[in-house]
Design a protein. Structure first.
Ligand SMILES: Cc1ncc(COP(=O)(O)O)c(C=O)c1O
Length: 219
């Protein structure tokens, strides 16, 4: 039975490029059967994707095939369809690792949603590594799912929370962010794109320790 920690994603796989196919929005809409229906007499436009993403045919078909053909306990059964289900799950983990540029598939942990994922990090890594007086930096544009787990962690441990303010233009105040980074925070957690403002934060630069790196352009 394959195990999740046995699959390194090679440098080649990480950088594997396919020729992009340019498709129009109308063509992409056709992949999503729900977008063919009308609501209040108008074609459906759905913007609540972070909460519940609509599914394209490829996903719906893969889920149906799984339930029709392979549904079984993974990593526990010693019978044919359980081993098939395990192999398919691990194949998906490798694909996701490749997609997010992870070095090994075991670095990919499937959870049910964002809130569960962040709570998992807060209770596992956070409980072990955050202690009284440590600084945790968030931003004022975070959704509850990236706020409450850190507030609770701060309550449990005595850590200090600071927030990067949002400017009048709806951008992160990078001057304050740089000052907070100079205080050597133990953890920085920020959204890549705000669901309220539509702001796309410079994620690549914001992960750098050097404050001046935050001045780069683009996401
Ligand atoms: C913008 C945004 N982020 C995060 C979440 C958290 O979603 P979940 O924990 O259900 O994945 C939601 C849920 O509504 C959301 O709207």
């Amino acid at each position: 039975m394959p195990t999740s920690d046995s699959v390194p994603v090679t440098a080649n796989q990480q950088t594997e490029k396919t020729t992009p196919v340019i498709r129009t929005a109308a063509e992409i809409r056709k992949d999503f059967p729900i977008l063919a229906r009308q609501v209040h007499g108008k074609p459906l436009v759905y913007l609540d994707s972070t909460s519940s993403s609509q599914k394209p045919y490829a996903v719906i078909e893969a889920m149906s095939t799984y339930y029709e053909m392979y549904h079984a306990n993974v990593h526990r059964g010693v019978y044919e369809i359980s081993e098939e289900a395990t192999a398919r799950m691990e194949k998906a983990r490798v694909k996701v690792a490749r997609f997010i540029n992870a070095r090994r598939s075991k670095q990919v942990i499937f959870t049910r949603n964002t809130t569960e994922s962040i709570n998992l990090v807060a209770y596992s890594w956070g409980n072990t590594n955050i202690t009284a007086g440590d600084l945790i930096v968030l931003t004022e544009m975070e959704h509850h799912s990236n706020l409450v787990p850190w507030q609770l962690l701060a309550q449990r441990t005595g850590a200090r929370l600071e927030f990067v303010p949002v400017t009048g233009e709806g951008l992160l105040n990078l001057d304050v962010y740089e000052q907070l980074l100079q205080q050597q925070p133990k953890l920085v957690a920020f959204t890549h794109m705000s669901n309220v403002l539509g702001t796309i934060n410079p994620a690549r630069c914001s992960t750098k320790r050097s404050p001046s790196a935050c001045r780069c352009a683009g996401p």
